[in-house]
Design a binder for this molecule. Structure first.
Ligand SMILES: C[S@@+](CC[C@H](N)C(=O)[O-])C[C@H]1O[C@@H](n2cnc3c(N)ncnc32)[C@H](O)[C@@H]1O
Length: 282
């Protein structure tokens, strides 16, 4: 069998979820198994496969067919134009989370980066903290996380992007490990209501429970975070929290209680859905 035929057959075993592209996913798995570039892949399409090559590709296709996320199989995911290592200890960074980075960078435009301090709470793979550190060289950055496995992945990504000397990775509960106050708090906390987790796509259910499960209404972690935040955010600071659009009204009420006399609003994602809670101190 040649590579083109393998691609066609194997694509049929890849889950065809909404927005999924089984052919492209199969191509990525083939390139990962054969360790070849995209150019080499197209150049090799008519080449007959060896049995060892077919076996290596079959093993990856079987993992994907059983619902393992593509990013866990390849060990990589792109976020904010940067490549991150991922495994099943961390949430796979999502495109919608890039909005948190955009909003933080927009706020930072009026500051000298050396004056800015930032905290990424529940850093997981470290994607948000690293994207901010790279785009705001000179800023002081902290990333907190309580899970041992996630800490290891974040540390690997800090080294990969050479920010280990610029981002302080702190293990502990939400904002507690941070001494003093920061100018920007960003967080993508777990916010899926517990009883919705079973109904999520098989791939999503393979991501760490502590990265997804936000309790009965999804706001358990947010409630604790917003309780800690007033003593950790500087007077002219900004806090950004990713949540689901259905939670935004309640989250804005909780935020207004924690930060009275402060502007509380939200920002919409590319689909026009309320995605990020915005607390802007004056
Ligand atoms: C939804 S994931 C977000 C990961 C990453 N920031 C991103 O956006 O891809 C939430 C992360 O918060 C961590 N986490 C949950 N509760 C925490 C807590 N109380 N203190 C510190 N980290 C927590 C989880 O382990 C997980 O890595």
């Amino acid at each position: 069998m040649n590579l083109r035929e393998y691609l066609r057959n194997a694509s049929e075993h890849i889950p065809a979820a909404p927005h999924a592209n089984p052919r492209l996913e199969t191509e990525v798995l083939i390139r990962h198994a054969l360790r070849i570039s995209r150019e080499q892949f197209f150049a090799d399409l008519e080449r007959t496969l060896t049995s060892d090559e077919a076996a290596a590709m079959d093993a990856l296709v079987a993992r994907r067919a059983s619902g393992e996320p593509l990013a866990y199989i390849t060990g990589h995911r792109e976020f904010y134009g940067l490549d991150f290592v991922v495994n099943n200890h961390v949430l796979i960074p999502r495109q919608e989370t890039e909005l948190l980075v955009d909003l933080a960078l927009d706020f930072a435009k009026d500051w000298a980066p050396s004056e800015l301090s930032i905290a990424d709470v529940g850093t997981g793979s470290g994607a948000i903290a690293i994207a901010l550190a790279i785009n705001l060289p000179g800023a002081t950055a902290f990333a907190t996380e309580w899970d041992d496995g996630a800490i290891e992945v974040a540390r690997a990504n800090f080294r990969r992007h050479d920010v280990q000397g610029r981002v302080d990775l702190l293990q502990g509960d939400l904002l507690e490990p941070i001494q003093g106050q920061v100018d920007i708090i960003v967080s993508n906390p777990p916010y899926i209501p517990t009883d919705e987790i079973e109904g999520l796509a098989v791939e999503v259910q393979q991501e760490p429970r502590q990265a997804l499960d936000g309790g009965l209404d999804g706001l358990d972690t947010f409630r604790r975070l917003i309780g800690q935040a007033p003593t950790k955010l500087k007077p002219r600071g900004l806090m950004l929290v990713e949540l689901s659009p259905q939670q935004m009204d309640n989250a804005e009420i909780l935020a207004a209680q924690a930060f009275p006399l402060t502007e509380v609003s939200h920002a919409d994602d590319l689909l026009g859905l309320a995605r990020v809670l915005v607390i802007k101190c004056k």
